[in-house]
Design a binder for this molecule. Structure first.
Ligand code: LLP
Length: 421
C-alpha cells in the first residue's frame, strides 16, 4: 500500500499534486511519501509485536537524512555497510545501540568509528576481517560484539545480480567453515560472539528459500550453543519483495513474521531484521518530463529527461517500473507503445520497451513508480548530469530534502594542477 494516487485526474502524493512539485523543484525529481514510509515501518513492527525484534532499516536502500529521521522516529535501527552510512544513521538520530554493521570489506577506520559509537553488532564475513576487528578493538580497550554471516548455499532473489546466498557468491562464510570461526572468536582477545547472521538476497517474493536458509541457520545456532557459544541474537538480513506490478503478490510481512516466529520458536534470542526495499521501495517515485518523440521504422522512442544515471535499476537488473502520467488519461486518449529512453549516451539507457502509454507529448510528466529503494542512492553524475533533487511529502506539505547540485557544486572537488595551466 502506498500514498500515490489520482485525485480528480491528477497524480498526487498524499495530498500534494505532483505536477506542483515538478513545477517547483524541476525534473527529474524523486518524491517520497512520509505516510508510506511510516506505514511500512509500522506494518513490519506490528507483524513482529510480542517478538524480541530489532528492525534495522537497511540504509543502502535510501539513505537520505530526512528518510532516516522519519524511520528513526518510528523506532527503527539501521543496517549500515560503510562509515558513511553509519554517520548518516547517527546524524539522523538512530541510536548506536540499534545499529548493525554489515559488508565484506570494512576498513580499520570504519571499525574504529563503529567501536567509538558503540554499535550493537558487527556482521563479520571472513576470518581475516575477524582478526583485524579484534586487533582494532583491543587497541581501543574494547570487546566488539560480532555475528558471523554464514552462507547457507540457498538461491533466492528477484534477479541473479541480487542473489547473495549461493556457495559461489562473495557473501558470508562458507557453511562448513562457520564453526571454526566461532572457535577463533573464542580464542581472540577483543571480540565476542553474540549471534549468527544470514542474508540470502533481495526482492524475494516466495518465503520457501528464506525458510530453508533460516532453518539451516537456526540449526547452526543450536549446534554452536551446544558447544558452549552463548549466542543471544539471530540476524536474518533483509530481502522481502515488493509489488512492482499490480499483479505481483509477494509474501506479506505478516506471513514473513509468522514464518520467522515458527522457525525460531524456543530459541530465546533477539531477532534482527535488515529490511530496505519493503520499507522504502513503494514510498518513492521518480518524476521525469517528456522531451521528444522519435519515430523509427519499427517503434517510437519516447525520450525523457531522466536517465540511467538517475534510475539505474532497469539498466542493471532489467527491472520493471510502472510508468504513470501525472495527468490521468481520459477515455479519448489513444494508447500506443513506446520505448522509453533517457538522454545518456548508452544503449542501456532504456527504462522500458514496448510500453503502452496514453499519447505522451513533449512537456508531459511521467512518474516511474516504486523507485524509493535503490533509486536515488544508485544515481551518479554520468554525462555531467546533476543528481536529481529529492522531495519529501507529508500530508499537504512538501520540502526539498536534497537539492539538485549547481554546476559549480558538481565540479567543486576537482582541481586542475598548476603544471597544466
Ligand atoms: N542486508 C544486507 C546484508 C544486504 O546486502 C541487503 C541488500 C539488505 C539487508 C536489504 O535488502 P532488501 O530488504 O532491500 O531486499 N540494488 C538492488 C538491490 C541490492 C540489494 C543489496 N543488499 C536493486 O535495486 O534491486
Amino acid at each position: 500500500m502506498h500514498h500515490f494516487s489520482y485525485q480528480e485526474g491528477r497524480l498526487c502524493c498524499e495530498q500534494v499534486d505532483l505536477t506542483r512539485i515538478a513545477d517547483e523543484a524541476g525534473t527529474p525529481v524523486y518524491v517520497y511519501s512520509k505516510a508510506t514510509l511510516t506505514r511500512h515501518a509500522r506494518v513490519l513492527a506490528e507483524a513482529f509485536e510480542h517478538t524480541d525484534c530489532l528492525i534495522a532499516y537497511s540504509v543502502k536502500a535510501n539513505g537520505n537524512l530526512a528518510v532516516l529521521r522519519t524511520l528513526a522516529r518510528e523506532g527503527c535501527g539501521a543496517d549500515v555497510v560503510s562509515g558513511g552510512e553509519l554517520r548518516r544513521a547517527l546524524a539522523a538520530g538512530i541510536p548506536a545501540h540499534r545499529i548493525v554493521f554489515s559488508g565484506v570489506g570494512k576498513t580499520r577506520s570504519e571499525m574504529r568509528l563503529a567501536l567509538d559509537a558503540g554499535i550493537h553488532q558487527f556482521n563479520i564475513e571472513s576470518a581475516a576481517e575477524l582478526e583485524v576487528l579484534s586487533e582494532v578493538s583491543a587497541g581501543q580497550g574494547k570487546v566488539a560484539p560480532v555475528a558471523v554471516r554464514v552462507n547457507p548455499d540457498v538461491a533466492a532473489g528477484g534477479h541473479p545480480n541480487i542473489s547473495t546466498g549461493k556457495a559461489g557468491d562473495k557473501f558470508g562464510v562458507a557453511w562448513a567453515q562457520a564453526p571454526a570461526l566461532y572457535d577463533q572468536i573464542k580464542a581472540l582477545p577483543a571480540v565476542e560472539a553474540v549471534g549468527v547472521d544470514v542474508h540470502i538476497g533481495s526482492q524475494i517474493g516466495d518465503l520457501g528459500p528464506m525458510r530453508l536458509a533460516f532453518e539451516k541457520t537456526v540449526g547452526l545456532v543450536r549446534d554452536l550453543r551446544s558447544k558452549g557459544h552463548a549466542l543471544s541474537r539471530l540476524d536474518l538480513g533483509g530481502g522481502l519483495a515488493i509489488p512492482y506490478r499490480s499483479e505481483d503478490e509477494p509474501a506479506p510481512p505478516k506471513a514473513y513474521a509468522d514464518m520467522i516466529r515458527h522457525v525460531t520458536k524456543d530459541l530465546e534470542l533477539q531477532v534482527i531484521l535488515e529490511p530496505g526495499r519493503v520499507i522504502a521501495g513503494n514510498a518513492g517515485i521518480l518524476i521525469s518530463e517528456v522531451l521528444y518523440r522519435k519515430p523509427a521504422p519499427d517503434r517510437t522512442f519516447l525520450i525523457v529527461d531522466a536517465g540511467m544515471n538517475d534510475l539505474l535499476r532497469p539498466a542493471l537488473y532489467q527491472a520493471h517500473h510502472d510508468i504513470l502520467p501525472l495527468i490521468e488519461a481520459g477515455p479519448e486518449a489513444s494508447w500506443t507503445s513506446f520505448d522509453v529512453v533517457g538522454p545518456i549516451c548508452e544503449s542501456t539507457d532504456k527504462f522500458a520497451s514496448g510500453r503502452r502509454l496514453p499519447d505522451p507529448a513533449p512537456g508531459d510528466r511521467l512518474a516511474f513508480m516504486s523507485s524509493g529503494a535503490y533509486g536515488a542512492v544508485l544515481s551518479s553524475q554520468y554525462n555531467a548530469r546533476p543528481l536529481a533533487a529529492e522531495v519529501l511529502v507529508d500530508g499537504d506539505r512538501f520540502a526539498v530534502i536534497r537539492k539538485r547540485p549547481s554546476f559549480e557544486e558538481m565540479i567543486a572537488l576537482e582541481h586542475v594542477p598548476d603544471w597544466l595551466t
